[in-house]
Ligand binder design. Structure first.
Ligand code: ARG
Length: 292
């Protein structure tokens, strides 16, 4: 938003400005863990759908209290992972790059999300390549950071670049616990600095990446928050920021402190039940960036 830009140049970097956000979420009515497609999922461990619903409601209410807008997609029986809407696509300027899931269990979610968007008049681009939406694509300034290694393919990085005509930076994930990019990087402020210089506007877990990717991140974001392995391991980075308020797991105590030191306002929301499926705050949140 333009008001943000003037504030950012006039004020010290510590001055943060909350920006309006529009999100897509899905109530976890059918949430359970009935298969294993990431190391967090243990079908033998019981899940409590009522707890999941309560925790999810907390996140939803928090967004509304902050003045954000939240749209809802109806949950579909038999698709227990649909609550993780971040994987449903990647949306910039009203254009939706649809998802094509790596695993059969989540396959039907791709078309379900694309239908939701198409019915509401969004410009949907059907993917050829396997990709899991905003789970692996993050917009930072004008750049798309793209994850690969576990879910989205390298070919999808080319495809997402073609769809949006933006620079794509490929990053390789190496730790199976952090199988989506949004489990290892949090975008704190998506607005780019003067002359295309990236702000200190991401937080990340270095050990989740291979060496080449660590070098890229260190070079592009010298002032990024690097979180500890402990905070990473509780999905601390799987968070949602509006540029000032950052919704994080209450268990990421070190990250909370780092955010405060940088002038952000961390808000704790516990999604422990949804972590049984290997997802957290960001996973349950897809950003809807409308067209101009
Ligand atoms: N059970 C889901 C899966 O493994 C969790 C998805 C988490 N989503 C995310 N954006 N990281 O696909």
């Amino acid at each position: 938003m333009s008001t943000h830009e003037s504030a950012a140049t006039a004020a010290p970097t510590q001055q943060r400005v909350a920006q309006h956000r529009r999100y897509l979420m899905c109530r976890p009515e059918h949430f359970t863990v009935s298969y294993t497609i990431n190391p967090w999922m243990e079908p033998a461990n019981p899940t409590d759908t009522a707890v999941a619903l309560r925790q999810w409601q907390d996140l939803y209410d928090t967004y509304l209290a902050l003045g954000h807008e939240v749209e809802l997609i109806d949950p579909i029986q038999g698709l227990p992972d649909m609550v993780y809407t971040a994987n449903g696509g990647f949306v910039i300027d009203g254009v939706v790059y649809g998802a094509k899931f790596r695993f059969r269990e989540r396959g039907p979610e791709g078309p379900a999300f694309m239908d939701w968007f198409a019915e509401r008049g969004w410009d949907v681009r059907e993917p050829v390549e396997v990709n899991e939406g905003e789970g692996d694509f993050l917009l930072v300034g004008d750049t798309i950071l793209a994850g690969t290694g576990f879910r989205s393919t390298g070919d999808s990085h080319r495809e997402v670049g073609e769809v949006f005509g933006r620079e794509v930076v490929s990053l390789t994930l190496v730790d199976p616990r952090f199988y989506h990019l949004d489990t290892a990087i949090a975008v704190l402020d998506p607005v780019q600095g003067p002359e295309g210089v990236d702000h200190a506007n991401i937080a990340y877990l270095p050990s989740a990446f291979d060496e080449a990717s660590q070098a890229i991140l260190a070079e592009r974001y010298p002032d990024a928050i690097r979180v500890s392995d402990d905070d990473g391991a509780v999905f601390g980075l799987n968070s949602a920021s509006d540029g000032y308020n950052v919704i994080i797991s209450p268990r990421a105590a070190g990250f909370e402190k780092q955010l405060r030191e940088r002038g952000y306002n961390p808000i704790m929301v516990d999604l422990s039940e949804l972590l049984l499926g290997g997802g957290g705050i960001k996973c349950c949140t897809l950003e809807l960036r409308a067209g101009r």
